[in-house]
Design a protein around this ligand. Structure first.
Ligand code: HEC
Ligand code: HEC
Ligand code: HEC
Length: 452
């Protein structure tokens, strides 16, 4: 006897329906083994691992590595080492840092990465770190807009297998382990001091105690300079990170770790650190230009600015004539605008273009002089505007690009930069970033010491 089964759409659908109902029934009984304590059968473990590897391999084919990216760049490695210590090592361990028995009970348990990274291509590592892995505890990158940060983390992973315990401690922990004497302390008055001190040691793993950023020689320009930035700007920025209004996988976690009072103390502390040498020379006026007397008729900078991102500046910083406090002697509008005289062909020409953009703005594109808001010594200027002199080149250009792409939030004033950046060409961004970054630094952080 032969049994003849004719498959029709109806039968296929009915079968699928029965299958689904079966699955629901099994789920409903509550008998599925979800206990981590019992682990997986080895065949299930193999199947899940195989599926994960295939998924990463297939989906990472869409990842394209930026052409100018150098994963051996020591500055990228340093930039992400501190984040590894707090964002990855608690699960994956690190040189000299063992995995907690708690973490070892996770299913799947996070592997030590020293032994694993060689099995993955750069693109695959990027995919894993950016997207995370569902149902495993492996988290996605906190700031999905920041591929540059994910690549920096990949650079660190590549360096990881070779790092000694001491090298890791120097890179990621500021040379010393963050101690936790707070728990031992305990009195309420001392407590805030204790938290601030601990918090500062945490920040200093990356920014140094002097706010100039840790790193010497080739890694000198790893972190933005926060020393001497106005305290209101620093605090508003930390709050923006904390609320996710400014995107950074490196900064959102530390900003979220501490409450408002502690952030305020940290902002005050860093604003009091000596800023860069350019403080003396980074005034609005280029050599030889004479500032008009305070009561002389001057171009009204505010009306110019009103075109910037539609931003109207808060009245408290303007006098009756609409002139910004302390910036009444602004004369950038009277300085000839940068001419578009062919692309710069040497570093000198690039720097010269950058200097002119900084002091004169770009007239045809309605971009005001950067210095009108970003001078190092804005006497009575808006305390929510950062100075730019001495900031790393990568940092300046990256942030202008992020604004162009609509991916850079920040304080309540951040939108002012949207339109400025959108109106700049790549070359103008490169030029002005190069110029600001080469403003001299007065001292390096060789003697960065713990404040008493
Ligand atoms: C809460 C714990 C946890 C944290 C935090 C964590 N991971 Fe993971 N990670 C895991 C787990 C669990 C796996 C294993 C996933 C699997 O096998 O499916 C994993 C897997 C990985 C893998 C693939 C390793 C392999 O070969 O299986 C990489 C690479 C990785 N993590 C990097 C990182 C980086 C970089 C960070 C920090 C930015 C990080 N992880 C933070 C839990 C974590
Ligand atoms: C793991 C390294 C790391 C730690 C720890 C860290 N930072 Fe940062 N910080 C960075 C990086 C990297 C950036 C640049 C972020 C970006 O590209 O948006 C940054 C940016 C900042 C900025 C913005 C600077 C500007 O010019 O707008 C401030 C302010 C800041 N950090 C303060 C702090 C404070 C205060 C702490 C301690 C609570 C801290 N950071 C902890 C790495 C770190
Ligand atoms: C009208 C005032 C104004 C002008 C003019 C201006 N900026 Fe800004 N800029 C700001 C403000 C306000 C911020 C802070 C935004 C935030 O993070 O909230 C800022 C931030 C920046 C930052 C990020 C700094 C950091 O530490 O994170 C860069 C880079 C920058 N501006 C570049 C420029 C350049 C280049 C020009 C000239 C082409 C320029 N700006 C002109 C107001 C201005």
């Amino acid at each position: 006897m032969r049994l003849k089964v004719v498959l029709t759409w109806k039968k296929v659908l009915a079968l699928a329906g029965v299958g689904m109902a079966g699955a629901l029934l099994v789920g409903w009984t509550g008998l599925v083994s979800i206990a981590a304590s019992s682990g997986h059968f080895s065949v299930v473990r193999w199947f899940l691992g195989w599926t994960m590897e295939n998924a990463v391999e297939t989906q990472s084919t869409l990842v394209s590595k930026p052409e100018d990216l150098d994963l051996e760049d020591p500055s990228l490695i340093r930039r992400s080492a501190g984040h590894y210590a707090t964002g990855c090592a608690p699960c994956h361990g690190a040189p000299g840092v063992s995995q907690s028995p708690v973490v070892e009970e996770m299913v799947p348990s996070p592997p030590r990465l020293e032994e694993k990274v060689a099995e993955w291509s750069d693109e695959e590592l990027f995919w894993i770190v950016k997207n995370g892995i569902k149902y495993s505890g492996m988290p996605a990158w906190p700031a999905q807009e920041r591929d540059d940060e994910v690549w920096a983390q990949v650079a660190f992973l590549r360096a990881l297998p070779e790092l000694t315990r001491a090298e890791y401690a120097e890179l990621a922990l500021g040379g010393e382990v963050v101690d936790d004497d707070l728990e031992a302390g305990g009195e309420t008055v001392a407590a805030l001091d204790g938290i601030v001190k601990n918090a500062l040691t945490d920040c200093a793993r990356c920014h140094g105690f002097d706010g100039l950023g840790r790193g010497q020689g080739p890694t000198q320009h790893t972190f933005p300079v926060i020393a001497g930035q106005p305290a209101p700007y620093l605090l508003a920025t930390l709050q923006a990170f904390s609320h996710g209004e400014r995107q950074s996988g490196f900064m959102e976690p530390p900003a979220r770790r501490y409450d408002a009072q502690v952030l305020e103390a940290l902002a005050r502390y860093y604003s009091e650190q000596p800023k860069l040498a350019d403080a003396e020379t980074g005034t609005l006026f280029p050599d030889g230009a004479v500032a008009p007397a305070r009561d002389a008729p001057v171009a009204d900078p505010v009306s110019d600015r009103a075109t910037v991102g539609g931003a109207t500046l808060a009245p408290s910083w303007q006098d009756e004539a609409g002139i910004l406090e302390g910036e009444g002697d602004l004369s950038y509008a009277a300085v000839p605008m940068a001419a578009s005289a062919g692309p710069p062909s040497s570093r000198e020409e690039l720097l010269e273009l950058g200097r002119r953009i900084a002091f004169e703005g770009i007239g045809p594109r309605k971009i005001p002089a950067c210095q009108s808001c970003h001078a190092s010594e804005p006497e009575g200027g808006n305390p929510f505007y950062p100075y730019l002199a001495g900031q790393p080149e990568w940092y300046l250009s990256k942030h202008l690009q992020l604004w162009q792409e609509g991916q850079r939030g920040g304080t309540a004033y951040a939108h002012i930069m949207d339109e400025i950046a959108r109106n700049m060409t790549d070359e103008q961004i490169a030029a002005v970033s190069a110029w600001y970054s080469q403003r001299p630094r007065p001292h390096t952080n060789e003697e960065d010491t713990v404040p008493q």
